[in-house]
Ligand binder design. Structure first.
Ligand code: GDP
Ligand code: MG
Length: 686
């Protein structure tokens, strides 16, 4: 059977969960049962009383005094509580234990001790002593309730018990109490059935002297032997008339006494800040349980240690709750970031989650032991920040990726058409990309962290540069291709003209035309390249390619012109002009005594001399000689990466090729010779 009771007088056995606030306010809880166990119900009860979030805005009062001196009656009158009052007609045995109620209309927790007077009934005084000690250690105001006629009577007024309680209290909790402001307690003496013949002032003097005597007679721990009563306690006094004989006066004076608990503006308001234990309302249960534990085991612990233990326990709990909610919130954006999305307003979300968690923590935890509170706060911040840090880094990565893609797109858009300035396009796109990244990165930054976006930013800048470089390379390549096409086109005609008029100056003409075309190409490259912000080295490279390509273009045109058929045609024409036509260009009609053999030989020899002339590109004007470095490697186009052996490109016909061509030409020439001979024969025959 349960030995801990929560009684809700107005709910008639209905579950407490159904109780309305008003009903809940009048619930009482047995915090310590007759088996000296501390209840597990106090925290939920404090919640139902609506005091959970009161922070420090609450007070605790307890009562001390002999059995049946009207303690419960007094508490009920003062605080509107419903502690059991002994019914005279039944004289039932009340259950031992400590009960707690919430005062009506005040944030006050009221404790009432039920029990037998062990001394009177010959029982052991263990419970009495412990409950008294507990009341003294845990409350701000301890009402000491006694009959007027008990004043001055050491035994009758429970003064012996008080002495023991003081002694143990000092031993258990007194060590740091003299300088600790939260260890002061108000002892409020309420003298009952005050008849009035002895003025309160006199009773007060007697009681003060008694307290002093008790204090002086305490066996104090050596280190506390000089501590005074006034180091720990304030004394205050009040008297009430007889409840039955002066019922009206009793009612008005209890009402008046009530004001000393309710009215903060009064000078004699009892709940002075100095008495407050500085335990937040939500920690009261744990704190009291700790005190009870100490009282029970008589551990020589002091309150500060207890407060630190409490603070560790509560701050951890509060921190865990705050962290839980924070994690819930943070979870929502985890996937999008992992999926590479730039989360709009992530920074402000993170700041909200973080401040939210810290505010939740601070609100509840800052009331606890400051050292512990601050330490646990630092721990909490570390956890919060280490949770958020991957979000920040993820966001930076995604910003980087997305704005770099936009940068590429804008580069390509800017480079459409012919009339763009490459450097301007790059500068513009880069500026926007960097600005957008920085905006996003700054938004995602959370204050008071050591986070930084510099590293990601410099990575981005590097990639911007390499994208721009790639674009520039592509552009340069395109430009070189265009120039190459132009060179080919421009060189074709002058080359054809020159090669069709064989002469020792032929190569001079070819190379002069080539030089002019190339100069134009180079200057057109340089004009365009200016906007590319190319380095000197890059320009040199590109120009080397332009030269090489132009040269190869020239070479291939020469190859066209000197292909076998074309070249043999040229030889034939040259030969014919000399053999079949006279110096005036008139076709010859051979007569029998003409020196056909001599003319044939002359024309043939002159023609054969052309072969060495065409075999090698060699200008008579040495200033027109063109050369290329042989190893002009080309990084822009793989097709050009074959090594160029420049001297070999000067050779048009190899020796063997020249002999072959000469032989083929001779055959052609021989045919002309035979034809000429025949024509004389036929003319003779006619
Ligand atoms: P407790 O045991 O100290 O809590 O005392 P109770 O409040 O239960 O009261 C014990 C008895 O004393 C009851 O019968 C009350 O009616 C009676 N009583 C309460 N207040 C007074 C009082 O001020 N004067 C007198 N003479 N009797 C009182
Ligand atoms: Mg009672």
């Amino acid at each position: 059977s349960s030995t801990t009771h929560v009684i809700s007088p107005t709910t008639n056995g209905r579950p407490n969960g159904n109780a309305t606030t008003t009903e809940a306010n009048s619930e009482r809880v047995q915090i310590i049962n007759d088996e000296k166990q501390f209840t597990t119900e106090l925290t939920p009860q404090i919640q139902r009383w609506g005091l959970q979030n009161a922070g420090f805005d609450y007070n605790i009062v307890a009562v001390f005094g002999s059995q049946s001196t009207g303690k419960s009656t007094l508490l009920n009158r003062l605080f509107g509580t419903n502690f059991d009052v002994m019914d005279e007609t039944k004289r039932q045995q009340t259950t031992k234990g400590i009960w707690m109620c919430r005062a009506k209309g005040m944030n006050v927790m009221v404790m009432d001790v039920e029990g037998t007077d062990g001394r009177e009934r010959g029982e052991d005084q263990d419970f009495e002593r412990k409950s008294a000690l507990f009341s003294l250690a845990s409350s701000e105001v301890l009402i000491i309730n006694l009959w007027e006629h008990q004043v001055g009577l050491y035994q009758g007024a429970n003064m012996g018990l008080l002495k023991t309680v003081f002694e143990v209290n000092l031993g258990l909790f007194g060590k740091k109490s003299a300088d600790g402001r939260n260890q002061r307690t108000l002892l409020l003496f309420v003298i009952r059935d005050h008849i009035g013949t002895t003025p309160l002032a006199n009773l007060q003097t007697t009681l003060t002297q008694d307290m002093q005597k008790i204090w002086d007679s305490l066996s104090k721990p050596p280190e506390l032997k000089d501590r005074q009563l006034s180091d720990y306690f304030d004394l205050s006094f009040s008297a009430l008339p007889h409840k039955i004989l002066a019922a009206d006066k009793f009612e008005t004076e209890t009402k008046e006494l009530r004001q000393r608990f309710a009215d903060k503006s009064r000078d004699d308001y009892v709940f002075k800040p100095a008495y407050h234990k500085r335990i937040p309302a939500d920690g009261v249960a744990f704190y009291m349980e700790g005190i009870w534990e100490q009282v029970q085991t008589n551990k020589d612990l002091d309150l500060p240690t207890q407060q630190e233990l409490l603070a560790q326990f509560r701050c951890d709990e509060i921190s865990a709750v705050a962290l839980n909610e924070f994690n819930e919130q943070a979870k929502s954006q985890k996937r999008p970031i992992e999926l590479g999305k730039v989360v709009e307003g992530l920074g402000s979300m993170m700041r909200n989650w973080r401040t939210g968690a810290l505010t939740r923590y601070d609100t509840a935890a800052s009331r606890y032991h400051q050292g512990v509170y601050k330490r646990k706060r630092t721990d909490l911040i570390a956890v919060l920040d280490s949770t958020l840090s991957p979000y920040f880094l993820g966001q930076l990565k995604n910003l980087h990726k997305s704005w770099l893609a936009t940068f590429k797109k804008e580069m390509l858009e800017g480079m459409r058409g012919d009339s763009y300035d490459f450097a301007e396009v790059v500068a513009h796109a880069r500026e926007r990309c960097e600005k957008r990244f920085l905006e996003g990165a700054k938004e995602a930054l959370v204050e008071d962290t050591d986070w930084s976006y510099e590293e990601e930013f410099s990575l981005l800048k590097e990639e911007i540069k390499s994208v721009a470089d790639q674009c520039r390379k592509d552009e340069t390549k395109k430009m070189v291709n265009v120039i190459e096409r132009n060179v080919k086109r421009q060189i074709a005609e002058p080359l054809e003209l020159a090669l069709n008029k064989p002469s020792p100056e032929m190569w001079n003409k070819v190379l002069k035309a080539f030089r002019e075309t190339l100069d134009k190409a180079e200057s057109s490259y340089l004009t365009k390249a200016k906007s590319f912000n190319c380095t000197e080295e890059e320009n040199d490279k590109a120009l080397a390619i332009v030269r090489k390509r132009a040269w190869l273009a020239l070479r291939s045109k020469i190859d066209e012109q000197t292909a076998d058929i074309a070249f043999l045609g040229k030889l034939r024409t040259f030969f014919e002009e000399r053999f079949r036509y006279d110096e005036q260009g008139v076709p010859r009609v051979w007569k029998p005594d003409d020196d056909i053999d001599g003319a044939f030989k002359k024309a043939k020899d002159e023609t054969l001399e052309l072969i060495p002339l065409y075999s090698k590109i060699s200008p008579t004007d040495k200033s027109l000689e063109f050369t290329l470095p042989s190893d002009s490697g080309d990084s822009l186009a793989t097709a050009d990466s074959d090594e160029l052996d420049f001297p070999s490109t000067l050779i048009i016909f190899s020796e063997t090729k020249a002999i072959d061509l000469a032989n083929r030409f001779r055959k052609d020439a021989d045919a002309y010779y035979v034809e000429a001979k025949r024509s004389t024969v036929s003319s003779v025959a006619q």
